[in-house]
Write a protein that binds this ligand. Structure first.
Ligand SMILES: [Zn+2]
Length: 275
C-alpha cells in the first residue's frame, strides 16, 4: 500500500511507565534471578500459557568459580504454578545437575534447545519457550505473524523461523535452531510454538505476553472473515523501533515498573513464588 511520508517526532513514551518499587536489577544477584524466574513461571501459568509440565523458561546465572556455565531450570514434573525461587534447579550447559534442592531432576532433553541458545547467545539472560494454542496456530501458518496492530508491529521484521523436524532432541537440529535464530530475539518454531530470548527474565516475559496477544488478535481478526488491514511497512517498522528504544532504555536502567507491577500482582495472587 502506498503511504505518505509523515514527519516523525522522537517519542517520549515509556511503555510500562510508573514508579519502580524495587532496587535496580542486578545480573549478578542469584537471589533476584531466582525470584524473577519463579515469577516468570507463575505469570505464564496465570495467563494460561503453560503446557502441562512441558516447555521451559531458563535463566543464566553468573559463572561458577572455575568459569563453569550455570543455568536455572524448573524441576521436572512440577506444574508452572508450583515453581518457587528455592526449588529451581541449577544445571550446566549440558543439562547436568549442579544443584537440585527439590530432588526431581530436570527434563534434560527439554533443555537442549535452551542450552544451545544460551551458549550461542550470551546476550540472552533468559530463554522462554511456549506451546500456547495461539502461538502454535500462528507458527503453523505460512504467513506467520502479520503486522495487523500495535502489538504485532513490535515484532515487525524481527521474527525468525525454524521448520519443524520432529521433537527437537538431536544435536544437529540444535545447530540449525541457533543458525535460524541468528541475532533475533523471537522465533516461531513452525508447527511447534514460540521461543523468546530476553536480556532479562522480565524482558522475555513481556515479549512473550505481547507475542501471545499478537497471535490471539490475528486469529480473532482473521476469524471474522472480513478484510484485515495490514500496517504499511514504514509504520510497522517505526512502531517496532519505538518499542525497541523503550525496551533498550528499560534494560539499560535495570529499572522496570511494568515488571515490578507484575511481581506485585503475584504477591497478591501467588505469593509463594518467592519462597
Ligand atoms: Zn517445545
Amino acid at each position: 500500500m502506498a503511504t505518505t511520508a509523515q514527519p516523525r517526532t522522537e517519542e517520549t513514551i515509556s511503555i510500562g511507565g510508573g514508579t519502580p518499587t524495587r532496587a535496580p536489577r542486578d545480573a549478578t544477584d542469584e537471589g533476584q534471578i531466582r525470584i524473577d524466574l519463579a515469577a516468570a513461571y507463575r505469570l505464564i501459568a496465570l495467563k494460561g500459557m503453560d503446557d502441562s509440565i512441558f516447555t521451559h523458561i531458563s535463566a543464566r546465572l553468573p559463572d561458577g568459580p572455575s568459569g563453569s556455565k550455570r543455568f536455572l531450570l524448573n524441576p521436572y514434573g512440577l506444574m508452572f504454578d508450583e515453581v518457587t525461587a528455592s526449588n529451581l534447579v541449577t544445571v550446566d550447559e549440558t543439562g547436568a545437575i549442579i544443584d537440585d534442592p527439590y530432588g526431581a531432576g530436570v527434563n534434560a532433553a527439554g533443555f537442549t534447545i535452551h542450552s544451545a541458545v544460551h551458549m550461542a547467545r550470551h546476550d540472552a539472560a533468559c530463554v522462554l519457550h511456549t506451546h500456547t494454542v495461539a502461538g502454535v496456530a500462528i507458527s503453523s501458518l505460512q504467513e506467520g505473524l502479520l503486522s495487523l496492530n500495535q502489538w504485532s508491529a513490535q515484532f515487525h521484521g524481527a521474527i525468525a523461523f525454524h521448520d519443524y523436524e520432529g521433537i527437537a532432541l538431536n544435536l544437529e537440529e540444535r545447530a540449525r535452531i541457533v543458525a535460524d535464530l541468528g541475532d533475533l530475539n523471537v522465533m516461531l518454531l513452525r508447527s511447534h510454538g514460540t521461543l523468546i530470548c530476553g536480556r532479562s527474565v522480565a524482558e522475555a516475559v513481556k515479549l512473550a505476553f505481547n507475542l501471545e496477544r499478537s497471535c490471539k488478535a490475528q486469529i480473532a481478526a482473521l476469524s471474522t472473515g472480513l478484510t484485515p488491514i495490514l500496517l504499511p511497512d514504514d509504520v510497522a517498522a517505526h512502531t517496532a523501533a519505538q518499542y525497541a528504544r523503550a525496551y533498550d532504555k528499560t534494560e539499560a536502567a535495570g529499572v522496570d515498573p511494568e515488571w515490578d507491577a507484575m511481581l506485585r500482582q503475584l504477591d497478591r495472587q501467588a505469593p509463594a513464588y518467592a519462597d
